[in-house]
Design a protein around this ligand. Structure first.
Ligand SMILES: NC(=O)C1=CN([C@@H]2O[C@H](COP(=O)(O)OP(=O)(O)OC[C@H]3O[C@@H](n4cnc5c(N)ncnc54)[C@H](OP(=O)(O)O)[C@@H]3O)[C@@H](O)[C@H]2O)C=CC1
Ligand SMILES: N[C@@H](CC=O)C(=O)O
Length: 332
């Protein structure tokens, strides 16, 4: 029996609860659910989970990952602020895993669970050397830029992307390139490169009026004129928000790509990532698929839980009281 604690009951957290309900797996038991307002079940410490599921966007929660791992609790996260924030925090997570044997499931943090991190790690286990990564890493920006033809204000599209659950809780995290920076850091670090967060050059799409706004929704209109100007300046191809890391240089920002560029394929929230390595020296390995959405993200988190099942920690553990999933649903 694996005891799970779920932090965060928003888009992703609710999808985790719904998936647990649908799977109805007797080997999984939800012993704690919490958001910033409500806790269901005993406190996190008292519930002594085997696995903490982080479905928040909270820096304070991510700052605790290393402590939980050091305690022997596995951590499965959609929150990128563990391995995608400061290098010191990413290294603390690494060290805690080595010291305690606990595992860190981060598949959901890049590409909403596409087999990106898994492939990067498997290539290296097989003796490959990763030379660089280039990609469209934001599902929301991919979705927005695919739709943006000037007929509808960019701000209207941002509101739609937010309502569909593709953006971060604060969409400025996507629009500023910060979400993509975090993903590029996670990928580069998974490729063995100790990249500092401020080593990534980031082009932000957020005008000052939006950056400083308290009422984010009202201030989204400030995007419309500058984004229209960017669109008008495109002569051939289409705008894409691209991340690149190679030869010590890492940058994220808008680029105009020709339709036959490998990074320009796909539709909707599709992410596309090209991995350049010793094995894939002439043609990169390209991985593509939906890169945002609560359901795929929740599925990736639970895949990471299932991957833990062979861990000795769970052998012989007693069954625990399952926190009512219906209550978890009710505290959204
Ligand atoms: N949406 C997507 O497509 C994807 C999202 N992710 C990541 O998933 C995470 C969640 O995203 P999403 O569900 O859209 O966000 P939401 O804003 O919908 O939900 C966030 C949840 O976290 C809770 N929370 C915040 N701080 C804490 C805390 N200290 N302790 C417990 N709960 C807390 C919030 O509680 P309250 O309601 O009380 O404020 C809320 O329930 C983010 O890190 C995001 O980057 C990753 C891949 C894809
Ligand atoms: N806001 C993110 C969601 C997944 O990480 C994105 O747009 O890609």
């Amino acid at each position: 029996m694996i005891r799970l604690a779920l932090l965060g009951t928003g888009n992703v957290g609710q999808a985790v609860i719904a998936r647990l309900e649908a799977l109805d797996d007797p080997g999984l038991c939800l012993v704690h659910i919490s958001n910033t307002r409500v806790t269901v079940g005993p406190s996190l410490r008292e519930s002594a989970p085997h696995v903490v599921l982080d479905a928040t966007a909270s820096d304070a929660v991510a700052a605790r990952h290393a402590d939980w791992l050091a305690r022997g609790w596995h951590v499965v996260t959609a929150n990128k602020l563990g391995r995608g924030a400061s290098l010191a925090r990413a290294e603390a997570i690494e060290n805690a895993c080595h010291a305690s044997g606990a595992r860190y499931g981060d598949a959901a943090t890049v590409g909403a669970g596409l087999p990106l991190l898994r492939s990067l790690r498997a290539l290296q286990v097989g003796g490959d050397a990763i030379h660089g990564v280039a990609g469209v890493l934001s599902g929301s920006l991919a979705w927005l830029l695919a739709r943006f033809d000037g007929s509808v204000p960019f701000s209207t599209l941002v509101r739609e992307a937010r309502a569909a659950g593709y953006t971060e809780p604060d969409p400025r995290i996507d629009l500023s390139g910060e979400d993509v920076r975090r993903k590029l850091l996670i990928l580069a670090r998974a490729a063995g490169v100790p990249l500092e967060a401020d080593a990534v050059q980031v082009e932000s799409l957020v005008p000052q009026a939006l950056a400083q706004a308290d009422d984010i929704d009202a201030a989204l209109d400030a995007l419309d004129a500058p984004m229209h100007a960017r669109l008008d300046a495109v002569r051939e191809g289409r705008l894409h928000f691209v991340a690149r890391w190679r030869d010590g240089i890492a940058r994220v920002g808008l680029e105009t790509l020709a339709p036959n560029d490998p990074l320009a394929a796909g539709s909707g929230t599709d992410n596309r990532v090209a991995i350049h390595s010793a094995r894939y020296a002439h043609q990169p390995l390209v991985i593509q698929g939906p890169g945002a959405g609560a359901e795929v993200t929740a599925a990736a988190m639970l895949d990471d839980v299932f991957a833990l099942r062979d861990q000795p920690t769970f052998a012989g553990t007693r069954s625990s009281k399952n926190v009512a999933i219906g209550i978890g649903r009710a505290i959204a």
